[in-house]
Structure formats: structure tokens, C-alpha cells
Write a protein that binds this ligand. Sequence first.
Ligand code: CA
Length: 235
Amino acid sequence: MTKKTKILVVEDEAKIAEALRAYLEKAGFAVVEAADGEAGLRSFDETCPDLVVLDLMLPKISGETVCQELRRVSRVPIVMLTAKSGEEDKVSGLTMGADDYVTKPFSPRELLARIQSILRRCGDGISPMYRSLSWNEGDLEMDFESRELKKNGAPVNVTPSEFRILSTLVKYPGRTFTRDELIDSALGMDFDGFERTVDSHIKNLRGKIEDDTANPAYILTVRGVGYKFGGTCAR
Ligand code: CA
């Protein structure tokens, strides 16, 4: 069974948030809501959503700051809701790292179309802004559109599950994932004994991308918790 795509809606206007939830759920998405910037960041960390709908004017922490913070810790697609329609604001939004904008007042239908368009352009849930990424001065490269992985310039053969696990880790660089969370975020399925399967995927991946599997540079073990990504990205 494939899991539902999870959307985090950060919006302080309860009416809009409720309408969005109803509309997006009807369209088949799972929806998580947060009513201010602080709650938005917390929910983001707790739920690892597949896409964030982010209002610009928010209590506690502004949408701009939330967007910058999300970009610091993740490569998820972000759609901003903004009451400002000036071109300058759109440009400043783009520099912040959002993938698209919808100007209030908007129809839920328009927002849904934008969301679906971005999700179609995402490779493995990574924002279209990052079609390809490289780490440690080009030692490791991932192309999310063609689903290619390169180590030291040479193509590496990985299974779809391995590619998805690695995509999940690089989507949230530095975040530690438990085995359960990795199954949920990367594979979206569950069955008995799968935690051990994660370990075997990780072992195989390390064999393919690490110079020294005993001292990994990319897939780091966080003792007693799980795994996190340790590569250094230029952007
Ligand atoms: Ca608002």
C-alpha cells in the first residue's frame, strides 16, 4: 500500500486552514495543520511532510523566516500563500526558497493545481529547485529527475529502495531518522522485519558510496537512534 502524500498547512486564519484541509483531503492528501510559525516548524520536524503550504503573514515567526529555516534543514517543496501581489514580493519570495506562490484571495482549486504541478515535477519528493545535488566537492552526485547516482563521476547502480532511502536522508540533511521513520518516509510501507531490511539497504548503500564503510562520510549511524546524512553540499 502506498502512503498518502502529506501536506503541512501553516496558516493562522482558521477559516482558510479549515477550507484547505477539507479540499486537500478530498483530493486524497493527508493534511497536518499549524496555526503559527513556531508550531509550523515543530510540526515540520515531527511529521516530515511531503510539501508545505506556508502563509507569509504568521504570528510568532513570519512565513519568510519559516521558509528560510525550512530551506536550511530540508529540500521539500514549498508553496507560499501571500496577500501581497507586487512583483518585488514574488522575487523576494523566490530568493527565500519557495517553489511557487499563490496570492490571496485564491481558490482552493488554483492552489491544488499548483500543488499537483509541483509534485509532478518533484523527483523523489525533492523540490524541483534541486534537480540535482552534489556533496563533498562533487564526490557524490544525485540527479532526482533521471534517478542517477554518481560516485567520483562514475554511475552507481542502486535499487529503487536504496535511491529512495538516500533521497529521504538528503532531503533532510542532518536530521536523524529512526528506522521506522525511514520506512515511513522513504518506502511508505510496513511489514514485519522491515527494520532489519533498512539496515541491509544502508549496508548495501554504504558499500556503493562510501570510501571507507567503517568510517562513513555520507550515511552516519546515530547510536541508539538511527541514521542521518553527513555529506557537505555546496548549496
Ligand atoms: Ca496570515
